[in-house]
Design a protein around this ligand. Structure first.
Ligand code: HEC
Length: 261
């Protein structure tokens, strides 16, 4: 009986310990995982270069300084200055603002491009959301920019990476009465997939483009929480310490109770 009870106790302790992990795993259902790895410096460096080339013209990162980015990504000041600072007036210690005037940008796009400093944290699916968003643009003549997006329907941002990915088109199926379309609608029909026709292929193949989207998502995840990598490294030591301390406490307990049993 006591054996059974202790077994139950142990099982519930393990369940309690695992519950938060399972809760996290369930987040952002229906989205492909970006498999972002914040310890992968090469991925973050590629992401930073892609960001500066394709995104910084419109979006700012007002909470991020060039210098801090260099430090965290393992780049020297010269490397950052030569490869990642495009604005002729920006200095290494400054925040990564865009040269675009938000009022004018608002007039061009109908909406000012938002600051992306904490973008990865504002979405429930985090960096995975950005990854899926970047992969989900498709041609739509009815939109002012000529682009639409299944993750962000009627988005005003154009598909800035189209030369890399190619031009995706929506493949649709008739919509049944009362049915909902999980990927949204296009011309009154349900979108079932997005495909690039042979004649409109981009310069990258799909795997290479996935990597581009992953590197950008990883970079924005890093920007959203620049201390995450350091904190996680400390976390490992904390867990190891706790495990060691538990063992010590257990040995001590055995020692104290030896004479009683
Ligand atoms: C030509 C200007 C322009 C460029 C370049 C651009 N964006 Fe955007 N972006 C916008 C605009 C405008 C919006 C607002 C869309 C809306 O709300 O309809 C936006 C929105 C976004 C959002 C969604 C923000 C939200 O509402 O949660 C993300 C994420 C994003 N952009 C990422 C990127 C990334 C990554 C790049 C580079 C690959 C990029 N953008 C390049 C103009 C741009």
């Amino acid at each position: 009986m006591t054996k059974f009870r202790s077994l139950v106790m142990r099982a519930s302790a393990i369940a309690l310990f695992l519950a938060p992990l399972l809760a996290v795993a369930g987040e952002g259902e229906g989205m492909a995982s970006a498999q972002v790895d914040l310890t992968d410096k090469a991925s973050l460096q590629r992401g930073a270069a892609l960001y500066m080339n394709y995104c910084s013209g419109c979006h700012s990162l007002t909470y991020q300084r060039y210098s801090r980015m260099g430090e965290d990504l393992g780049l020297s000041e010269e490397e950052v200055e030569q490869n990642l600072i495009f604005s002729p007036t920006a200095k290494i210690g400054e925040t990564m603002n865009t040269g675009m005037n938000p009022v004018k940008a608002g007039a061009w796009f109908g909406k000012a491009p938002p600051d992306l400093s904490v973008e990865a944290r504002t979405k429930e699916a985090g960096a995975d959301w950005i990854y899926n968003y970047l992969k989900s643009f498709y041609a739509d003549e009815s939109r002012p920019s000529g682009w639409n997006n299944t993750v962000f329907p009627n988005v005003t941002m154009p598909h800035v990476l189209w030369e890399l990915q190619g031009v995706q088109h929506a493949v649709t199926e008739a919509k049944h009465e009362g049915a909902t379309c999980p990927m949204g609608e296009f011309q009154g029909q349900c979108i079932v997939s997005l495909q690039v026709p042979e004649s409109q292929k981009g310069t990258l193949d799909p795997e290479q483009f996935d990597r581009v989207a992953r590197d950008l998502s990883a970079f924005l995840a890093y920007v959203g929480e620049p201390s995450a990598t350091r904190r996680e490294a400390i976390g490992v030591w904390v867990v190891l310490f706790l495990a060691f301390f538990t063992l010590l406490a257990y040995l001590l307990k055995s020692e104290y109770w030896r004479d009683v049993h």
